[in-house]
Design a protein around this ligand. Structure first.
Ligand code: NAP
Length: 354
């Protein structure tokens, strides 16, 4: 296939998905695929299906005006994300069979069970669609089941945006580190917490710093997921499941957030030449993987010491390459949207190989 046309079913149409569709337009001439959006599903803003292609700008404007997408549908009706996925997979069965149907899953993180995102991924794979998601839930709660399903139907299940936005983590290991075993990792992987800690160091207050992250679309819809360490625990579980081959959930990660950290604490740390950072880590111990997320005092020699604001870093401990560091100096919506785009480009590359 020369320049495949991909049909995109968007389940979730919030900050990330809207930035993603704009980004696709902005860099269209750099892409080796074309696309049309055939479905959009939301929780409170209705849904629309049009296999001939939805007018995306109109859909963005509709949701940003807090109106329902139902008004764009020829036969508007109430349907869940799973209904939308199944309906599209049925209507586009030929495209699905050719591997040109992709479900882009960007619903919110559910920290109890990763639902309904896990079910969305399952339904899409069962309908022979590839799946790309920025949601941590599927890889954090059900990676092995979903990956096995994807393999059994010869489809891709990618989630690069789940950790450190678009900076390569999963695809770096998958595509460039054959035969390497990841024995553990340590990093700062939650931008909202790092921003709040940086603001506290500058003498600012906790609440306005969190409000700024919410206004910029970076904090989770439920901010407790960030400040109580759940988001970092979900990323940690995803990293453990995918890179270390273990099978855990965020509930197996020992977790302390930053809600108890005060301005006095961080400035006291600075006065002693240290900084408080929310550190996620995992290591193999006696045949098991131990994973944790907690505020740590880091000193000047620690590679995590210099991370400010939205900066993240992850250091992988490997058997064949020693320590490999991945640093993200700019985080934000464009970078997360790019993660979806890069996963989509991998799907298109695979189609072009056929
Ligand atoms: N924002 C970031 O910087 C960032 C970075 C990395 C990863 N992520 C992850 O990316 C995902 C999306 O983030 P976001 O910032 O775009 O969130 P968001 O702005 O809150 O948007 C979430 C979208 O999902 C929809 N939704 C929720 N439950 C649904 C359901 N059951 N069925 C169908 N649609 C549903 C929402 O619909 P309504 O609006 O109608 O409720 C909304 O369109 C999250 O999993 C997040 O953890 C975000």
């Amino acid at each position: 296939m020369n320049r495949p046309e991909l049909s995109l079913a968007l389940v979730g149409f919030g900050h990330v998905a809207r930035r993603f569709v704009r980004l696709l337009d902005e860099v269209a001439d750099r892409l080796e695929f074309t696309w049309r959006v055939v479905a959009i599903s939301t929780r409170h803003h209705g849904s629309v299906i049009d296999v001939d292609g939805i007018e995306v700008n109109r859909a963005v404007a509709t949701v940003e005006a807090r109106q329902s997408l139902d008004r764009l549908d020829r036969v508007p009706r109430e349907r869940s994300g799973i209904d939308v996925i199944r309906q599209v997979a049925d209507a586009l069965a030929d495209e699905a069979a050719e591997g040109r149907l992709v479900c882009i899953e960007t619903t919110v993180l559910d920290i109890d069970r990763g639902e309904p995102a896990v079910s969305h991924v399952r339904a899409a794979l069962e309908g022979q669609a590839h799946v790309v998601t920025a949601n941590k839930g599927p890889a954090a709660f059900a990676y092995h089941e979903l990956e096995a399903l994807a393999e059994s139907v010869d489809r891709i299940f990618f989630f690069e945006g789940a950790v450190m936005d678009g900076v390569p983590v999963f695809n770096l290991v998958r595509d460039t580190m054959p035969a390497v075993s990841v024995e553990g990792f340590r990093g700062v992987i939650n931008s909202t917490c790092n921003f709040i800690l940086s603001e506290l160091e500058r003498g600012k207050e906790f609440e306005p710093a969190l409000a700024e992250m919410q206004a910029r679309g970076i904090a989770e819809a439920n901010p407790s997921l960030d400040i109580d360490g759940w988001d970092a625990a979900a990323k940690t579980a995803a990293l453990v499941n995918v890179l270390m081959g273990s099978a855990i959930t965020p509930h197996h990660v020992r977790r302390t957030g930053i809600s108890e950290v005060t301005g006095i604490d961080v400035r006291e740390a600075i006065s002693r030449g240290r900084r408080i950072r929310l550190v996620a880590s995992a290591s193999r111990q006696g045949g098991k993987v131990k994973a944790q997320v907690e505020p740590e005092m880091v000193d000047r020699h620690d590679p995590l010491y210099g991370l400010e604001d939205l900066e993240n870093a992850l250091y992988l401990n490997t058997d064949l390459l020693g320590q490999v560091g991945i640093v993200q100096r700019s985080g934000g919506l464009t970078q997360t949207a790019y993660a979806l785009l890069s996963d989509l480009a991998s799907i298109s590359a695979r189609l072009r190989e056929i």
